[in-house]
Design a protein around this ligand. Structure first.
Ligand code: KG4
Ligand code: ZN
Length: 339
């Protein structure tokens, strides 16, 4: 069976064809970074319009790469939650139209669960049960993943997502959008001990939550006093930028690692699976590896090409299909997080 997967939750228009044996036949990701760059953040209206323009060409290219025709598609899957309303709508309407025209089943998938399922694809073997950590631009959440069909939320951020904090700190430091990779790059030249920045709830083992908004403000106050304007990024001293980026990155990573380890203790699971754009961060990967090696937990981190948004991770739809959990044309975009 060939499953055509559609992803348009935020600012990447993506499609993939994956077989029911989890073989990836083809995958295309059209990034919108250039469109949002000058705003230093994703502009929802621009994202939705770009999805509309790109969706069909992306699907055509995916089918071509996969060496199949539209009539060879046996099921359609679409990430319908969570995400930007206008962006989700383009994917959902496209998926429903194709499913209706082809007379094939449609399966709605949770984008965040897809980020964890990227680990299943990378491992090439079952990774459930496990603790799942999703660290993306919009979410930072820990799950007790009993199976690919049962994700129970253990806790998440009470304000900003880790990726959002990376992007805003990058903007304050005069680095390009999306900021995560740039903060990571300059941080590798800096001293992470230069600035003492807050690590919310880090000593409270029982609290599986994150907060990055105070950290963001703490970084801002290193650059300008409360009430004062930020200095233009290009006027900042290179060493200051590197040291502040390194100190910020260390604070985020310390929290992510501490809470992941606490979630492992709480659930008793022996495996940690990590996905989402921020999982591409080198320092985070290295620290998780170090910690899991010390405690004897198995660690699976999504490979770099499956960390940031893509359609391949939507292969979690195959698990739903096998279990008979298909949707119908009532499937709708659900911008809010379904717990
Ligand atoms: O998962 P993703 O592609 O989109 C969402 O579902 O939100 O994540 C995008 C986020 C952005 O905030 C981006 O800055 C961050 O992932 N990111 C990184 C790195 N690569 C991407 N953050 C830190 N280090 C990186 N290497
Ligand atoms: Zn994502």
């Amino acid at each position: 069976m060939n499953i055509l997967i559609i992803e348009s939750t935020c600012d990447e228009t993506a499609a993939a064809v994956v077989t029911d044996q989890l073989e990836v036949l083809g995958s295309v990701v059209a990034s919108q970074d250039k469109l949002h760059e000058r705003f230093r953040g994703v502009v929802p209206e621009i994202a939705a319009r770009a999805h509309l323009e790109r969706m069909l060409p992306v699907i055509d290219e995916t089918l071509e790469k996969s060496g199949i025709a539209l009539r060879d598609v046996d099921a359609i899957a679409v990430a319908h939650t969570p995400g930007l309303a206008g962006s989700l709508l383009i994917g959902v309407v496209t998926a429903k139209t194709l499913a209706m025209a082809l007379g094939v089943p449609i399966i709605g998938i949770n984008h965040l669960y897809g980020h964890i399922y990227a680990c299943r694809l990378a491992a090439g073997k079952d990774v459930f049960p496990c603790v799942g950590l999703v660290v993306s631009g919009g979410h930072t959440s820990l799950y007790d993943c009993q199976s690919p069909l049962e994700f129970n939320l253990l806790g998440g951020t009470i304000d900003d997502a880790a990726g959002e904090a990376f992007d805003k700190v990058a903007s304050m430091l005069g680095l390009p959008f999306p900021g995560g990779p740039h903060v990571g790059r300059v941080a590798s030249q800096g001293n992470p001990q230069s600035f003492q920045l807050p690590r919310s709830f880090i000593h409270d083992q029982d609290r599986l939550q994150f907060s990055f908004s105070g950290l963001k403000t703490a970084v801002r106050y290193q650059l300008a006093a409360p009430g004062e304007d930020l200095p233009p990024g290009e006027t900042l001293d290179e060493k200051l930028v590197a040291d502040l980026a390194a100190s910020f990155q260390a604070a985020v990573v310390d929290c992510l690692v501490a809470k992941s380890m606490a979630a492992l203790s709480k659930t008793g699971h022996s495996r940690l699976c990590v996905g989402g754009g921020v999982a591409a961060n080198r320092h985070l990967r290295a620290e998780l590896e170090k910690c899991c090696a010390q405690t004897g937990h198995e660690l699976v981190i999504a490979p770099l090409q499956l960390c940031t948004d893509n359609a391949v991770m939507g292969a979690i739809a195959i698990e739903k299909l096998r279990a008979g959990l298909v949707d119908d044309l009532e499937l709708d975009a659900q911008p809010g997080l379904i717990r």
